[in-house]
Design a protein around this ligand. Structure first.
Ligand code: GLA
Length: 390
């Protein structure tokens, strides 16, 4: 998993990491690893229902510079925070004073728990993935750490296993019950492609993204305050729905089967189930549309996904709704929807190239008028997943 010399923004953060490593440890780093953030094109909250998702890795990265140590300890310097923390691989505890380091500790804990023999290391970490915006900066930290451990410890871990171990670190060490989507696409993402992931079989298919339109991410700048408690509540509501319908997961329910059984469900449970069941179908339809070159159909499915997340799953909120509506009003926008867990964070937009200028003026203005907040806009590319930099 090596790539050509990095360019642009990535080259800059690689240089920052290299420089910080020298300053912190007075030696050269042996390995440099980059792990991208991610954006989900469609298939929201379906991963923990064993369904389908269509995310892509994006050109914002967490970069780790590392070199092995012989004493079984791990030293981590977080460049952007100006803080450091160390731990012993024989006795990994949570760090209450530096909660950011629980991602590195959790990954070491999960890798060792799976029987991998880890070597200690000095490492620095820096990033240009916006934090708390729903672009998976924490999963990128996990994957960069895992890959750095693979290199210093001379291990080869399969990409799906690596994703599962990072998810386990987040679920059982950090304490966030996320699904597999973020870690999976950051582990296995491909340049110019989205991944259609089957979150039950854990198989994927790389789907080429159309070259023409721009992939634009709009950050509402509303931080996702409610996300942990509401996320867990949605998971429980889905589990309740699956139990009432007598299936292992909502993946096993078709829109027709749900319609036939709707009288058996509480109104809120029915709403949650309807989102998941229709969203799974939308992912499959969206892939078919992309493969047929029908961008209009793809965009319509993105918009329908947002409406379903707003009305049935109830995870959007005024800021995400305002941002999606601002985009829908611009001519040349193919589709726009919230992306990630919701309650704040970002929308993802597919925009015709010739409409990009218009989009970059009109959407921030309309969003500002609706919410009083200044958004942040990123024009992105789909890139390869975690990899070593030569
Ligand atoms: C977060 C989680 C993912 C997924 C999305 C919603 O990003 O980490 O596993 O559930 O929310 O689709």
């Amino acid at each position: 998993m090596s790539a050509p010399e990095p360019t642009g923004r990535l080259a800059d953060i690689v240089e920052t990491a290299r420089h910080a490593f020298r300053r912190s440890y007075l030696r050269e780093p042996r390995y440099i690893v980059a792990a991208p953030g991610r954006v989900n094109l469609i298939g929201e909250h379906t991963d923990y229902n064993e369904g389908f998702v269509l995310p892509a890795a994006i050109d914002r990265h967490v970069v780790v510079a590392a070199a092995p140590r012989t004493d079984g300890t791990v030293h981590v310097h977080a460049v952007d925070l100006g803080e450091s923390s160390s731990f012993d691989l024989q006795a990994i505890n949570r760090d209450a004073a530096h909660s950011w380091c629980n991602y590195q500790r959790g990954v070491a804990w999960a890798l060792q728990g799976a029987g991998h023999m880890l070597t200690g290391m000095d490492m620095v970490v820096t990033s240009d993935v916006p934090i708390g915006s729903g672009l998976s900066s924490s999963a990128a930290i996990e994957l960069a750490t895992a890959h750095a451990f693979e290199l210093v410890s001379r291990l080869e871990i399969d990409g799906v296993q690596r994703a599962l171990l990072c998810q386990q670190a987040e679920n059982d060490f950090v304490g966030m019950r996320c699904g597999i989507m973020d870690q999976y696409v950051i582990s296995l993402g491909q340049e110019g492609h989205a991944l259609l992931i089957d979150c039950r079989s854990l198989e994927y298919r790389a789907i080429p993204l159309a070259q023409g339109p721009a992939l634009v991410i709009c950050d509402t700048k509303k931080r996702r305050g409610l996300v942990d408690s509401e996320y867990n509540r949605r998971r429980q509501e889905c589990e309740r729905g699956a139990a009432a319908l007598g299936v292992r997961a909502l993946r096993d329910v078709t829109p027709e089967a749900l319609a036939a059984r709707q009288g058996d469900l509480e109104p809120v449970t029915l709403q949650r189930c309807r989102h998941i069941v229709t969203e799974n179908q939308r992912v499959l339809d969206a892939v078919a549309a992309l493969e047929a070159g029908d961008l209009g159909a793809f965009g319509g499915l993105m918009n329908a996904s947002h409406v379903s997340l707003r009305d049935d799953y109830e995870v959007t909120g005024p800021e995400l709704d305002a941002m999606a509506e601002a985009a829908w009003a611009v001519e040349g926008v193919i589709g726009a929807r919230m992306t990630g867990a919701g309650f704040g964070g970002c929308t993802v937009n597919l925009v015709e190239r010739e409409a990009l200028e218009r989009f970059l003026t009109a959407v921030p203005a309309a969003y500002r008028a609706a919410t009083g907040r200044d958004p942040e806009i990123y024009v992105c590319r789909a890139v390869q997943g975690v990899h070593r930099i030569a």
